[in-house]
Ligand binder design. Sequence first.
Ligand SMILES: Nc1ncnc2c1ncn2[C@@H]1O[C@H](COP(=O)(O)OP(=O)(O)OP(=O)(O)O)[C@@H](O)[C@H]1O
Ligand SMILES: [Mg+2]
Length: 257
Amino acid sequence: MTSESAPIFARGVRKHFPGSERPALDGVDLTVRAGRVCALLGGNGAGKTTMIRILTTLTRADEGVVRVAGWDVRAEGTRVRASIGLVGQYAALDEVLSARENLELFGRLAGLDRRRARERAGELLGTAGLQEVGRRPVGSFSGGMRRRLDLATSLITIPAVLFIDEPTTGLDPQARRELWSSVRALTAAGTTVLLTTQYLDEADALADDVVILREGRVIAEGTPGDLKKLVGEPRMELREPTLEDVYMHLHEGVAAS
Ligand SMILES: Nc1ncnc2c1ncn2[C@@H]1O[C@H](COP(=O)(O)OP(=O)(O)OP(=O)(O)O)[C@@H](O)[C@H]1O
Ligand SMILES: [Mg+2]
């Protein structure tokens, strides 16, 4: 398989928003192979959401080749949209409806008949760990529960490629762990996933491959293990290396480029 036919393929992606000083994306290459989970890791303003928006046809790149699920995002956007799921930064849930009703509604919107929508809602409540609260109105849900439901709604019909923008920002450690296990369970079907995160531990928990973005450029990529090795052995305080540690390590290389 050539890399251009990979589920996510981007070469030389550039995006400069009018009026801003520097490009949001400055020649980004990204390939995610079938069935892999890739984390796009970077701090605030690194360009993560812009990259997700370009890959999901919501924003156009100024330059570059971008193919998702084998289709060109510019010329074949409708095909791309039919092949993907997107979990954005904010939930699109109906607060008054229960979790189950939300899932059934999304199922009907996705074209399932009433019976199949009900079945699928039941399956997804189970996988997302929300079975016991399935009949409660979403308005009463915690941030972590909402996020898991949000993820479940994007998997009603299993997409070939799934995008998740910052799955756990703002969640407490317990809720983050629960969400991680939902992501693992829900993506076990072999969907190719690109998620963004600001946290190395999240990339480590979920991703096969990690791409680090800083100021619109890819500054490092590899497996979570490769990146942690860059930073060396765990420190005296037995702390896991963080994104900051990787930045510190890469700093000289970036300054020289
Ligand atoms: N619609 C827009 N108009 C102008 N500038 C924008 C727009 N969207 C993003 N930017 C700028 O592009 C850069 C990258 O933003 P982006 O939202 O992609 O970063 P991010 O990595 O998702 O950050 P965060 O972690 O805060 O979500 C930032 O400098 C941002 O201010
Ligand atoms: Mg963002």
